[in-house]
Design a binder for this molecule. Sequence first.
Ligand SMILES: *Cc1c(COP(=O)(O)O)cnc(C)c1O
Length: 452
Amino acid sequence: MRELLHSVALRAARYLEDIQERRVSPSHEAVRDLARFHEPLPEGPTAPEEVIRMLDEAGSPATMGIAGRRFFGFVIGGSLPAALGANWLASAWDQNAGLFAATPISATLEEVSLRWLLDALGLPEESGGAFVTGATMANFTALAAARHAVLERVGWDVEARGLFGAPEIQVVVGEEAHPSVIKSLCMLGMGRERVVRVPVDRQGRMLSEALPALKSPGIVCVQVGNVNTGSCDPVPEICRRSHEAGAWVHVDGAFGLWAAASPRYAHLVAGAAEADSWATDAHKWLNVPYDSGLAFVRDARQLRGAMSMTAAYLPQGGHREPMLYVPELSRRARGVDTWAALKSLGRSGLGELIDRNCRCARRFASGLAGAGFEILNDVVLNQVLVSFGAAEATERVIAGIQEEGTCWCGPTLWQGRVAMRISVSSWATTEADVDRSLEAMLRIARDAGAAG
Ligand SMILES: *Cc1c(COP(=O)(O)O)cnc(C)c1O
């Protein structure tokens, strides 16, 4: 075991060094060579060293350089060194994170991380928290708590009786709600088509004057950090009106909520703490390994009400039982990498990570605008939308950038226009990486005949 793990560590270290200079997307050759994996089920055993050798030799070259410094696709962070190391150790521990009795260390680090997260994000300290796979499941988990709470207020036990015959819940979302919010509503039986969609402005923010008359039982889903523009819904105004009407406010802050951890950017999410529940990702801006999402619910009782399995697993000895707050029973020890990331960064390191990424985003925007290309969003956070002219020109430039390999950015459609989206979310990205990527982008745009 010692020799095997030692060799894995060396291979992983070499991978993380090489990836800084390798092309960001895998070569066509490397992807083609994945055919090697399509073999019949082996008739007998293969030595562990051989399994790892094949995985590294044929698998590593076919990875996307997400762990590197110049991956700007979607909203994807890397892995902080301490978080990656903690994740390895936790895998060696192989703890089942469902119950305190099964894993005191994992349960304890969830409890500590939860307290630190609520502090860093400026959320009510009494909130309950769930360590789940990502913001999709965090939205699902928080909205299950919302469904439980708003129906309980009108005398309906949704866990016992289901939604058949239940009072109708008014569900309100912005036109720009992330698809994972809509999917969560589908999974919770609240439907995709019966939700009220509120129009948005040019940055994708809900127009609060366009809110319908709110009622109880009701759930209003707001967003901090639009996945394209980085902008935030007017949360304080929406909270005020929702609460007056007895409705629940849920915040999807998959990456945007982390702005609260930076004194420079906290004003963007001011008032988010007035809501009733929140969803965010640790695998985006906190830079922990996949997968790691977080749901918080102001009234922990409502989260437990929605997530408890049976009375058979009641808390023992006054500990927080992780399984009472999440959809799963058995799962990995996500609290360990989250704790390690927060411990290694501290409050100041977390704030600096957010600030540095936002500074790099502005540097991208001014470099591209300086060359005459149009920036389609107000660059308020870490997201930049750029057009290289007509849709076909922009598509050609994006394809060229992905193919050339210095960096990687994806396409998006923003209010009817094709754009390239740059998201700066990695702890490892420096201003030198921005300059090197800008040089490549502008050279490729010129070669593609895009007029700046
Ligand atoms: C990324 C994102 C999600 C989905 O998060 P996953 O971790 O991929 O499940 C939800 N909402 C917003 C605003 C996002 O940016």
